[in-house]
Design a protein around this ligand. Structure first.
Ligand SMILES: Nc1ncnc2c1ncn2[C@@H]1O[C@H](COP(=O)(O)OP(=O)(O)OP(=O)(O)O)[C@@H](O)[C@H]1O
Length: 603
């Protein structure tokens, strides 16, 4: 990205936060910029007037100008600060809105599995709070210093052209050194983000109750502490290196400034002694040189701050402008109401080119109105298949057809509107019970009857009734203080199985959808609860098109058809009875499980 396109982004951001406020900032910038030159010239006229011992009018006018300039100079930074705070707040809101929308548009899971992109999203998120001020107000300040500098240099040039040239030349190397520093800083942020992400993840283990148990039991405290510390040491090292470079550049600028200032003063005094400069000229020269150096050093700092801000903003711009990962079809097909069925045709899928195939030419059919069970060993690809049905991933070859229509040809949101899915790794939201269930169907978020029906069907309504505020009880996994745990308004914790029932209820809010998918709905439930839930779900699924994934083969035996996934294909399919008669993989797995229960029962 070029400097100009970055500047354009900063300007567009300012403009989008408010045209009026931007124009006020431009005005303040110009006023602030011309102030130093006004002071310098007024000082010159005042001193010359005094030296000439003429009427007091000229010095008094100069004094008036100085007084007004002093007033403006005192107020302008405060006013500017106030005027800039509002656009920054607006920019924060606007950028978060755009970022949320942009990331929300990522329809697949691939981007969320790319660590570089995750870093970029994190940097983009950070840039909404810490890059806007340097990039926008920092730029205005830089322009103000630039205007101020131009005026001052013109003043110095009129008095001593060589000195103006020396001042400019002395600033050039420092300016580029500072720019290279900020580039390094942005580069360092990039490389650090991976290690700080790691550090953050490892540090988070300290407050994750699931991790705390294992860490204590396996004696891992020192192991993780050392990992965190080494990540911090690496970050500190990079920061220290940068600080040293910064110090060198700034010290050089300061030393150069002092030498030039002293040299200039000596020359001005010498020129005045030879009457080539008036007293006013000398004082204007001294004021202008000092102000020029201050403006130069300010300019360099502000430009480098703005540069850093702009480099960070680049992450935001790149994320916001990412092309869709599931582009809408050029001629979208209409997804028909499911009447025939869903066909999976020669599906080939792997997560990455470097990884083995998970599906290898899988063919299957889910007939409308049929309850299908999907079984197979761990890692066989059951959850992957479900994610393909939802288009979280796309098959590398083959197609999924919904009543003959390739699901890639319809808008993805339309496809997802037709699905009700319970994922194996369902979410536990820090929301109330009613919200945790109701968000399954946002339009019914305040429909308490429907929420209560879904809860009853998921077998969790009795538990909800015992909660301190019933459906309005806050469910939380995070307590900020130990005392919060005792106060129901901060939330109550549920057991894993109770959370699972809440998640099932959430999915059942979408029970009018054409395809219901349940991935391991009973995994966290006790035997009796699982049995009851499966019976309920079975009754619920009757006559509806559904796919149930489960390792408990007792729970799938009543399905209309059972598909056994193995080696990336459907290895066996049929009813429980026909698969048992086949005496293949399913029969083997079922017999093993049944024997396990029988042994447990008799043992
Ligand atoms: N996000 C991912 N990135 C890379 N590989 C993955 C990813 N998710 C799953 N896999 C791999 O794909 C294969 C199939 O995984 P999948 O979760 O679909 O199996 P499954 O049949 O649902 O297993 P289980 O019964 O254990 O839930 C596994 O080898 C797994 O390691």
């Amino acid at each position: 990205m070029t400097v100009w396109s970055r500047l354009r982004i900063a300007w567009q951001l300012c403009w989008a936060t408010g045209r009026g406020l931007t124009l006020v900032q431009v005005g303040l910038t110009l006023i602030g910029g011309f102030l130093a030159s006004a002071v310098t010239w007024a000082t010159k006229f005042m001193m010359d007037g005094l030296a000439e011992h003429g009427p007091a009018r000229q010095p008094m006018i100069a004094v008036s100008v100085l007084a007004v300039a002093g007033l403006i100079g005192a107020c302008e930074p405060r006013v500017a600060e106030y005027v800039r705070a509002e656009p920054n707040r607006r920019a924060y809101l606007l950028m978060n809105d755009r970022l949320f929308t942009a990331v929300g548009e990522f329809q697949g899971l691939e981007r969320f599995e790319d660590p570089r992109l995750l870093d970029r999203i994190r940097s983009a998120q950070q840039s909404t709070s810490n890059a806007v001020a340097p990039a926008t107000t920092g730029l205005f300040s830089a322009v103000r210093d630039l205007v101020s500098l131009a005026g001052l240099l013109a003043t110095v040039y009129l008095l001593a052209p060589a000195m103006a040239l020396i001042l400019v030349l002395s600033a050039v190397p420092v300016f580029f050194a500072q720019l290279s520093l900020s580039r390094r800083f942005a580069g360092m942020l990039d490389t650090m983000s991976a290690s700080s992400r790691r550090q953050f993840q490892l540090s988070a283990l300290n407050s994750d109750v699931r991790a705390v148990k294992e860490i204590r039991l396996f004696g891992l405290v020192d192991f993780f502490r050392e990992r965190v510390l080494s990540a911090i040491v690496a970050t500190n090292h990079a920061q220290r290196d940068l600080d040293r470079r910064q110090l060198r550049v700034q010290a050089t600028l300061a030393a150069l400034g002092s030498v030039i200032g002293a040299g200039g003063l000596a020359w001005a005094v010498y020129a005045a002694s030879r009457e080539r400069l008036s007293i006013g000229d000398v004082s204007a020269f001294v004021t202008a040189v000092a102000a020029t150096q201050a403006a130069l050093s300010g300019l360099v700092t502000k430009i480098s701050g703005a540069h850093r801000g702009l480099l960070q903003l680049e992450h935001y711009v790149r994320v916001v402008n990412m092309p869709p990962d599931r582009p809408a079809p050029a001629l979208p097909a209409i997804l028909p109401t499911l009447t025939s069925g869903i066909e999976l045709v020669d599906l080939w899928f792997r997560y990455d080119e470097s990884q083995p195939w998970v599906l290898r030419g899988l063919d299957a059919r889910i007939t409308c109105g049929e309850s299908v069970a999907l079984v197979g060993r761990n890692g066989a690809g059951k959850s992957t298949l479900i994610k393909l049905l939802c288009r979280f991933y796309e098959p590398e070859r083959g197609a999924i057809r919904w009543d003959g229509v390739d699901i890639r040809d319809v808008p993805i949101t339309e496809l997802r509107r037709r699905l009700g899915v319970l994922f194996q790794d369902f979410m536990e939201y820090d929301l109330t019970v009613a919200e945790n269930i109701g968000i399954g169907e946002l339009s019914a978020l305040s429909d308490r009857d429907r929420i209560a029906r879904a809860a009853a069907e998921a077998g969790v309504s009795e538990k909800i009734e015992t909660l301190p505020h019933g459906y309005d009880t806050m469910l939380s996994r995070i307590f900020f203080k130990e005392t919060d745990k005792k106060d129901a308004k901060h939330g109550v914790t549920l057991s894993g199985g109770q959370w699972q029932r809440i998640a099932i209820a959430r999915t059942l809010m979408r029970d009018d959808r054409e395809l219901l998918i349940l991935d391991e709905p009973g995994s966290g439930l006790d035997a009796e609860a699982e049995h009851r839930i499966h019976r309920r779900l079975e009754a619920h699924r009757t006559g509806r098109t559904s796919v149930l994934v489960s390792h408990r083969l007792g729970a799938v035996r009543d399905a209309d058809r059972i598909l056994v996934l193995d080696e990336g294909r459907i290895a066996e399919e049929g009813t429980h009875a026909s698969l048992m008669a086949l005496n293949g993989q399913y029969a083997h797995m079922f017999t093993l499980q049944a024997e396990g229960y029988a042994t447990a029962g008799t043992g």
